[in-house]
Design a protein around this ligand. Sequence first.
Ligand code: ADP
Length: 485
Amino acid sequence: PPQDIASALHIIDGERRPASSGEVMDVISPIDGNVLTTMPKGTRDDADAAIAAARAAFDDGRWSDLAPVARKKVLLKWAALIEENAKELATLGVKNNGTEIGMALKAEPMSAAGTIKYFAEAVDKIFGEIAPTGTGNLGLVHKQPVGVVGAIVPWNFPLMIGTWKLGPALAAGCTVVLKPAETASLTLVRLAELALEAGMPAGVFNVVTGEGGTVGAAIAESHDVDVLVFTGSGATGRRLMQASAASNMKRVYLELGGKSPNIVFADAPNLDEAAKTSAHGIFRNSGQVCIAGSRLLVERSIHDDFVAKLKTHAEAMVVGNPLDANTTSGAVNSKPQLEQNLSFVKRAVDEGATLVTGGQRILEETGGYYMQPTILTDVKPNDFIAQEEVFGPVLVVIPFDTEEEALAIANGTKYGLASAVWTENLSRAHRMVRKLHAGVVHVNTYGGADVTVPLGGVKQSGNGHDKSLHAFDKYLELKTAWFKL
Ligand code: ADP
């Protein structure tokens, strides 16, 4: 039976376990600021126990040595169970992290199930190679699972992002220790229970809840973890690379922040559509989307009209209880995040930006963490608010005059995650796709994607890719066998 959310536990070696210290942490719901439940405050010993379980499960081959079709069967069963429990998972997730339910259903359990299915179907379609050595020799290239994967994931889309790591890692035959974010652990614990129910052997997928600085650091510093995959902040990403260098030089793959430019030329095919999609591209999930289009670059000739359209869309967003089906922008995940959003806006205004709309906390009487969609103009490309990721519903608008200028502004940050170009000029669209520093360029849309295309960042937005068959590269090791014939 599902765990009562009143007492979420770790899942280690196929068992529900409390923290070895017996300590728990409160899980606060951002909907009303109340304590929803508790979860184990994991210790380094808990992380080490999970890593030891994953190591043993990998080394004895109970997962990696299964015939690929047998792994596929378990993974497909798991995906089916996630779909069966989609409503329960989505609701639990929304209570935990505040994402609006309409989006959560699609982006969380349904997308997670789709990702697992995609990688499950690929399990028995991974081939090694025979090298063109000529006669007298035979060069074989095997693809083997790397080993134990440590996955540290964030709170904005725990199931979606979690399965971007789990899907290819488990399909490849690796075993996993996953640490969810402090403020969004519950659905990932449930996901691990469903994996056991689907027949995944004990120790193959473990979840340890707790603080980043304890459980996360123990995973990063472990000599028994072979691959570390992460989505989260740049500051933590930097620490993980350092921890890898200081321990066993494990592979490290990072998906970090962004300040993604959304570039609207005057010749965009439909400015109304561009304004509507751009507003959604920054304001959905209260802006807590790694690829959020948070820097809008608009050709000067249409700047004022376009800002007016955006303002209308921003003010039409329904901010409120994320469990209400009409809500289009739910709660900010936590109080510190809300306070940071507000302080970023205040600093921007103090430094000369104009607040077009929003900027305030609302519905404070509910006890929840809600913020108005916010638009700032009169922002210069190098201003703090145009350079730093807010991770909230805050859009900055910067005008430009030429394509070259738009490109220079767009590329003028340390980030390189997503981007978009709105233009009917085909040559310009292709030029921009080539020249933008970004892992993704949307053309005449914002934010669309599916599991078939890779997602990753350049520059300080990270390295490596989630999704698509390229995701296997992180979890498979090439091994050469050289024969003299
Ligand atoms: P965010 O700003 O999205 O909360 P973080 O990087 O702080 O970004 O968090 C993402 C994940 O990284 C969370 O699961 C968090 O617990 C974990 N984390 C935070 N600090 C550390 C750390 N020092 N070592 C390992 N993991 C950490």
